[in-house]
Structure formats: structure tokens, C-alpha cells
Design a protein around this ligand. Structure first.
Ligand SMILES: C[S@@+](CC[C@H](N)C(=O)[O-])C[C@H]1O[C@@H](n2cnc3c(N)ncnc32)[C@H](O)[C@@H]1O
Length: 235
């Protein structure tokens, strides 16, 4: 262990007490301890963690799947030059969300944004999936491959609208389809690398609650974690 990381060790055989090194203030000025690779809780805290490291105040951010803005609950939107997009913007007077399909994003200039936030429907839908889930995620994606095609199309748009060196923050969760493991996070990482991104980080979110079970038996471990993959546009 590095010398400065222990306190009170003067060869007296005493147990070294771990010391929290002084951390530089993050990009957003918060100093609530180090950002860790995994946390238990909700998306809003996870996103705030990622912003701390990868998205500076005052930069141009596109949230291309804004939804209800849950990701922004721990951040102040006014600190960023934020532009919000969604295929189905919530209908309310104070919602400044532009109706746009992330597969095209014709309304966005190329090489403009410093960061893109991307949280598409991550689970395949269809008849075997609970209708409430299909409805909640506006899920018309009937196979895992259709989900991956959505990721691919959105990431291509991100690659176009980001400046070189810009960051994409992509949320995903692995899934089981017909008893087969579909490791979405591995596929998203592959797509990012193929499309000219460098993987700079992977943050894991562990659910606070035990997910509901559809059957009273199980063949594989029930998934209770998801990922935020951070990619940087190389070229
Ligand atoms: C998992 S939710 C995003 C939740 C959001 N991050 C929040 O904080 O509330 C997925 C969102 O993707 C949007 N969506 C689905 N397909 C889309 C598409 N092709 N283009 C743009 N938005 C899409 C849905 O309308 C939905 O709001």
C-alpha cells in the first residue's frame, strides 16, 4: 500500500488505518467521496456520478431519450446547455422536449454536442412480456436483436452529433430471451468500439428491491443490476 495511504504506522505493529486521500473536486464541484464502479440505488444517482467524472458544467448535452427526465433529478439542468429529445415527449406545457427519433436526429447539427445521454428501451417486448412493461417502455421491439438494432442506430446518431472527444453515456441491462443469456452490455461495448468509441468506464447499478418473479422456479440468476457504459468518440 502506498505510504501516504496509511496513517499512524511507525513500526509499532499497530494496524494501519486506511486514509481517504484528498480527492480533487469533480467536474461538477461535488466532493461526496469517490465515484465507485457500483452503487445500489436509482438511475438519477448513477447519472450524477457519471457527470461528476465525464460531463462538465456549461457543456452541450443532448439527452436523446429524455422520457420523464428521471435521469436529471440529482442534477440541475440549468448548469448545462441541455437539449432534450424523445420519440414520445410527455405532453405538458412546461416540457421543452423536442419530438425526435434518435435513429435519425435530423434536427441536430453534426459534431456539436460534448455529451449524449442514451437510455433506449432495453428489454425486448412482445407477447411473452408483461403488458405493463411493454406499455411502460413503449416497447414494440419483439426480439433481442431488435433492441440491439435500436442501440446501433442511436449510437450511430451519437457518433455523428458528438464532437471528437465527446462522451456518450449509454444505459443497458442484460436480458434472458427464451432461456438464453443475451449480454446486452457486451454487445453495446462491441458496437461502441466498432463505431469509433473508446470505452472509458462502466458503472454498475444494483437494484434496491428484489425483482418480481414470473414463475415459482428459476433456471438462472434473476438479474438485479444494469450498466452505464461511458464511451469517448475517438474518430
Ligand atoms: C427507458 S425510457 C428513458 C427514461 C429517461 N432516461 C428518464 O430519465 O426518464 C426510454 C425512452 O426512449 C424513448 N424512445 C423509444 N424509442 C425511441 C426512438 N426511436 N427515438 C427517440 N426516443 C425513443 C421512449 O419514448 C422513452 O421515453
Amino acid at each position: 500500500m502506498a505510504e501516504q495511504a496509511v496513517r499512524g504506522v511507525e513500526n509499532r505493529g499497530e494496524e494501519a488505518e486506511p486514509v481517504q486521500p484528498d480527492l480533487p473536486a469533480g467536474r461538477n464541484g461535488r466532493q461526496a467521496g469517490p465515484v465507485l464502479t457500483a452503487r445500489v440505488g436509482g438511475n438519477a444517482r448513477l447519472i450524477a456520478d457519471a457527470f461528476e467524472l465525464y460531463v462538465a458544467k456549461g457543456t452541450k448535452v443532448a439527452d436523446i431519450t429524455y422520457g420523464r427526465g428521471v435521469w436529471w433529478k440529482e442534477l440541475d439542468e440549468r448548469d448545462y446547455l441541455l437539449e432534450k429529445f424523445d420519440l414520445h415527449p410527455v405532453k405538458a406545457d412546461d416540457y421543452d422536449v423536442v419530438e425526435a427519433d434518435f435513429r435519425w436526429l435530423d434536427c441536430c447539427e453534426s459534431r456539436y454536442f460534448d455529451a449524449v445521454l442514451f437510455d433506449p428501451p432495453y428489454m425486448h417486448g412482445g407477447q411473452t412480456v408483461k403488458q405493463s412493461i411493454n406499455k411502460c417502455y413503449l416497447n414494440e421491439n419483439e426480439s433481442h436483436e431488435s433492441i440491439i438494432r435500436l442501440y446501433g442506430a442511436g449510437l450511430l446518431s451519437a457518433a455523428r452529433i458528438l464532437v471528437i472527444g465527446g462522451k456518450v453515456l449509454v444505459k443497458c441491462q442484460d436480458e434472458i430471451e427464451s432461456n438464453r443469456q443475451r449480454l446486452t452490455h457486451c454487445e453495446v461495448i462491441q458496437l461502441l468500439e466498432l463505431f469509433g468509441f473508446r470505452i472509458v468506464d462502466i458503472l454498475v447499478l444494483v437494484q434496491e428491491t428484489v425483482p418480481a418473479m414470473r414463475y415459482d422456479f428459476q433456471k438462472t440468476a434473476r438479474k438485479n443490476h444494469s450498466y452505464l457504459v461511458v464511451g469517448e468518440l475517438r474518430r
